[in-house]
Design a protein around this ligand. Structure first.
Ligand SMILES: Cc1ncc(COP(=O)(O)O)c(C=O)c1O
Length: 361
């Protein structure tokens, strides 16, 4: 409207497009488009939600002390250095709001998570995209792009949508060589899927310029609850808490997350099933002539011969009631990202891709 204008840069933001959740005319679709846990939330989290319903007339805790204590317990961290958000997206947003603005640069990688550029633009900063090497984050490219305007470097490890990850030594090298005013944000949305990986907590403990984000949306099966958290040096957590709304997380969400993180058996089982069916799916796709990089997350990035073939396969899968994710917006137009579902879903999607490939030949 004439006279009423948003801040410069806001209208340059491309709307985030989530994974499809329905197909016209079909009920009972198999949804493999949003990297959700196929087994849902743990029964303990479901019970906690039912119990928490009785208290929803009360305002929730403002300091999230119980959830932070549970996270600290399970991960052996300092509870004072944990901050909880409405999904890890909100913690990423706090970081952008607190540390970047007009004239600043925010680095993300070629196939990095779409929210990084959106969050940078939302605060008036400039997103800077750096190349990856064969769909793997390249520390040298990131360091080459750093300058005195760089404020944040966002890396997902494992990365979405590629599923690849870089070693601790590489992350450490990156953190060590960043300019003094820059923060390394290690997005660990898929860290739980990697046996023995702490998401970068060790590096956070050792340094003043690294922060880690984590989520309850993936392995914990609580995407609909919207709970995430961050772990950082005390000076950063003190800053982020100043811009966090006091009641950002509901009673129900806090209780669900606390029960979920304490249900370590469920976590273990979900990780094991994922590892098993991810390997099976990757192999089955390879047998049908569809390669993928070794994934460390709960999805595989299936590569097709061309963007047209990927689009045609996506349409065929939809006609069969299977939803996967096109990743053209991630500069991977010839690929489809497929969440590792339960056994039946993995078998079905592999079978249908086999049919598609046989027909296409
Ligand atoms: C790499 C990465 N980071 C962060 C998120 C945000 O997750 P949430 O806000 O649900 O915690 C996602 C979700 O898809 C993701 O893939």
């Amino acid at each position: 409207m004439a006279g009423i204008e948003p801040r410069p840069g806001i209208m340059d933001i491309a709307l985030y497009v989530g994974g499809k959740s329905s197909v016209d005319g079909l009920s009972n679709v198999i949804k493999l488009s949003s990297n959700e846990n196929p087994f849902g939330p743990s029964p303990a989290a479901q019970d906690a939600v039912r119990r928490a319903v009785h208290d929803i007339h009360r305002y929730p805790s403002t300091d999230h002390a119980e959830l932070r204590a549970a996270i600290a317990d399970v991960h052996n961290l300092d509870a004072d250095r944990i901050i909880c958000g409405v999904g890890s997206d909100e913690v990423l947003q706090f970081l952008a709001q607190a540390y970047a603005g007009p004239g600043d640069e925010v680095i993300h990688t070629e196939h990095g998570f779409a929210m990084y550029a959106i969050l940078a633009r939302a605060v008036g900063a400039t997103p800077v995209e750096v190349p990856e090497r064969e769909r793997v984050v390249c520390v040298d490219s990131i360091l080459a792009a750093c300058n005195e305007r760089t404020r944040l470097v966002f890396i997902a490890n494992p990365n979405n949508p590629t599923g690849t990850m870089i070693s601790f030594a590489e992350i450490e090298r990156l953190a060590e060589n960043l300019p003094p005013q820059a923060i390394l944000v290690l997005d660990g949305a898929y860290a739980e899927y990697v046996e023995g990986y702490d998401g970068g907590a060790r590096l956070v403990e050792a340094r003043q310029n690294v922060v880690m984000t984590r989520t309850f949306s993936k392995l914990y099966g609580l995407g609909g609850m919207r709970v995430g958290w961050g772990y950082g040096p005390q000076h950063m957590i003190d800053v982020l808490n100043r811009i966090r709304q006091p009641f950002n997380l509901s009673n129900v969400a806090l209780k669900a997350a606390e029960a979920a993180i304490r249900d370590t058996m469920y976590v273990e089982k979900s990780r094991e099933e994922n590892t098993r069916w991810r390997a099976w799916l990757a192999e089955a796709l390879a047998e049908h002539g569809v390669p993928s990089d070794a994934s460390t997350a709960n999805f595989v990035l299936a590569r097709f011969g061309s963007p047209d073939e990927a689009a045609a396969c996506d349409s065929f899968l939809q006609s069969q009631g299977i939803l996967v994710r096109r990743v053209t917006g991630y500069k991977l137009p010839a690929a489809l990202r497929i969440t590792v579902g339960d056994e039946a879903s993995c078998r079905r999607v592999a079978h249908c891709i086999g049919l598609f490939k046989a027909g296409a030949r």
